[in-house]
Design a protein around this ligand. Structure first.
Ligand SMILES: NC(=O)c1ccc[n+]([C@@H]2O[C@H](COP(=O)([O-])OP(=O)(O)OC[C@H]3O[C@@H](n4cnc5c(N)ncnc54)[C@H](O)[C@@H]3O)[C@@H](O)[C@H]2O)c1
Ligand SMILES: O=C(O)CC[C@@H](O)C(=O)O
Length: 389
């Protein structure tokens, strides 16, 4: 039986992928083989030694200690693109809410309306509505930072709304580039994007290089009166720098899915409670994608959509498969194969892939492993883990 430890509310459509005759799935379980979670913050200590894989039913992996996992040979998966449409739709809601004072207008009717007759309500509406007007999005410029799964959809929708769209992504994948409309104008740096955009939307991960991306110096580049939308992560922005930019009027408004205490009570900030991926469809898509990936890894050793291991896939041949993780240093494969040769184990097929400091091998052998084979492989200096799948 494989054991899957879950954190957060994971869609049953995904959990149902684990057949009950092979898997035990629970939010409390001893010696788990894998962990499946959403935004739960995982510490290295909370990852049991038995864990071989972690599946993030979402995009961002900043709640997982990925470097520590890599060192320990724990494969971390995410679900690229599975919640992108849900986030895009909320970003468009954010754009619309910032274009006009829709929330202020609704509050006005809700607070001032009760107890009034139809005539009085009509007067209230017609007298008060001038306070809640705004401007149209069509004809304005939208700057999108990060043109991956979400950013490309936001850019596309911006074009459909009649906006001019600028995009910046220094690490754009070939696949993402194919998805992108030619009408998205590429810019080379943040300063240019900020200075030309009426609305700026962030769609990139928090990495060492992107932490506090929007800092004090960069806020100087905002086009006066522009709006910043952050549906990615709070750590991409320097909160104090944004407060100053809002106070000075350099920024007209900040719309975020990641509330910070400094912004509470401000009329020029809209904070949502991390709702981007909270749709039934996105929750299902993410849970199904992660469950499929975990099952293929646990049962076949195959890796798809890992953030720290190479994509690795091998059709099964032979009788038995070994999945071995080792440090990416010379002579490892030779030593592993020589242990197999010493035990008269013929290799039917194999694949060896590396990513950064880590290497991964799937080796199909023609006989059942003899006693002590796995321990002998694990004893090779540089081997991190070895298992029969
Ligand atoms: N609000 C939510 O609920 C929610 C849901 C999903 C994702 N997210 C956040 O959105 C982020 C993006 O998600 P995605 O699915 O589009 O990911 P993605 O991996 O498809 O796209 C991210 C893009 O950012 C680009 N990028 C990296 N560094 C950059 C930089 N310095 N400048 C510009 N671009 C850069 C990458 O090249 C990539 O194309 C996630 O990392 C996550 O933090 C939030
Ligand atoms: O699981 C969620 O609700 C949020 C997920 C989101 O932040 C992500 O990075 O995919």
């Amino acid at each position: 039986m494989y054991k899957i430890l879950t954190h957060n509310k994971i869609s049953v459509k995904g959990l149902d992928k684990f057949s009950r005759d092979k898997y035990e799935v629970a939010s409390e379980i001893g010696h788990p083989d894998a962990i499946m979670l959403r935004s739960h913050k995982l510490t290295p200590e909370a990852i049991a030694d038995s864990v071989t894989a972690i599946g993030r039913a979402g995009a961002g992996v900043n709640n997982i200690p990925v470097d520590d996992c890599t060192e320990r040979g724990v494969v971390v998966f995410n679900a690229p693109g599975a919640n992108a449409n849900a986030v895009k739709e909320l970003v468009i809601a954010g754009l619309l809410l910032s274009g006009r004072d829709i929330l202020g207008g609704i509050k006005y009717v809700k607070e001032e309306g009760p107890g009034l007759t139809e005539d009085e309500l009509h007067k209230l509406v017609e007298n008060g509505k001038k306070q809640y007007g705004g401007a149209e999005l069509a004809g304005k410029t939208l700057g999108v930072v990060g043109l991956g799964a979400i950013g490309s959809l936001v850019a596309e929708t911006g074009l459909m709304l009649g906006m001019k769209v600028l995009g910046l992504d220094p690490a754009l994948s070939v696949e993402a580039a194919w998805r992108l409309s030619r009408d998205v104008e590429r810019v080379e740096n943040m300063q240019t994007l900020l200075s030309k955009s009426d609305y700026v939307s962030l769609h990139l991960p928090v990495l060492e290089a992107t932490r506090n991306l929007i800092n004090k110096e960069l806020t100087e580049s905002f086009k006066p009166g522009s709006v910043l939308l952050n549906f990615s992560r709070e750590k991409l922005v320097d909160t104090q720098a944004l407060v100053a930019a809002l106070d000075s009027g350099k920024l007209r408004s900040y719309i975020s899915d990641f509330p910070m205490p400094e912004f509470l009570g401000r009329k020029d900030v809209i904070q949502m409670p991390h709702l981007g991926a909270s749709t039934a469809e996105a929750e299902e898509n993410c849970a199904i994608m992660i469950a499929d990936q975990l099952i293929d890894f646990l049962e076949n050793g195959n890796i798809k959509n890992s953030v720290n291991f190479p994509n690795t896939s091998l059709e099964r041949s032979g009788l038995c498969r070994l999945a071995i993780i080792n440090k990416n240093v010379p002579k490892m494969l030779g030593q592993i194969l020589s242990v197999l040769a010493d035990r008269d184990q013929n290799v039917a097929d194999m694949i060896n892939k590396s990513r950064g400091e880590i290497a991964y091998n799937l080796i199909d052998i023609e006989r059942e492993p003899t006693n002590g084979l796995i321990d002998e492989i694990k004893a090779i200096d540089g081997v991190i883990s070895a298992r029969v799948v």
